[in-house]
Design a protein around this ligand. Sequence first.
Ligand code: ES4
Ligand code: ZN
Length: 324
Amino acid sequence: MNDFIAGLPKCELHLHIEGTLEPELKFELARRNGIALPYASVEEMRAAYAFDDLPSFLGVYYEGMGVLRTEPDFYDLAMAYLRKAASQNVRYAEIFFDPQAHTSRGVPFDVVIRGLRRALMDGHAQLGVRAQLIMCFLRDFQAEYAMATLLESLPYKEWIVGVGLDSDEKGNPPVKFAEVYARARQEGYLLTMHCDVDQENSVEHIRQCLDEIGVDRIDHGVNILEDPELVQRVIDKGIGLTCCPISNSIVTDSMKATGIRKLLDLGVRVTINSDDPAYFPGYVQENLQALELSREELLQVQRNAFEITWLPRHVKEGYLAELE
Ligand code: ES4
Ligand code: ZN
């Protein structure tokens, strides 16, 4: 079955580029930038990844990205991911980045996006992996800062396909960003948001995404199962969910495997993705293996994935044809 998965043309729709920063590259960037790390070795660093919920993970994640300072740092980060993606037969990726995690510590927006963009161009030309960027706002910061970031992104609009919302969900509901999302829509961005598994008010957050924000898809969103009426609405609208089993198994105490399979059986456009693979061990291949799905289910997951991509119809259809 692992070979079957390896052979499938794959798609990655829920991946935080800062969450692909492996310890080896972290050490290299720290050395390059003259930054002292509080770990003596890669092993010691990995041993410190002892989080068991979302806030404890986020602490390590934001601290880790402090080594990213220059345009080549962001280029190297994204190129390393695209090499890994190519090795797993990932044909297309939609990649989240967190500009505020960098601008808030003095790294200019254009440094971040230029490095990432250059890697995406080279990755396509050299590795054959196509990719687009999704800009995430940090939900634990003020909505005004998200709006300022949205405005700052406008000169680079052609390089960004959509916007997302991530970071600590507790006390930071979707409606906090209603105005920012309305403006993002006006500017032509597509819309997604995290509704992380088993967070406080998860179902209410999913409802807000659908009713008050009008999202095009939802990241995670597995708790939708608790409300059959909402499930029916995402089926009717064809809204996709980008699920991440290994990430779920770390920030909660289960893979949500039964929930993900149930949603798939019900006809929801469920997809399987890797979230932060340097921290939740496993890229898309390992996440697809983790659920022990049948061949037919695996094919359906990949069909769903290409179907809900934010690609022009004819490009999407080329990938879908490869799956048949
Ligand atoms: C994230 Cl797992 C998760 N949840 C929320 N925000 C995030 N940013 C990166 N990974
Ligand atoms: Zn995520």
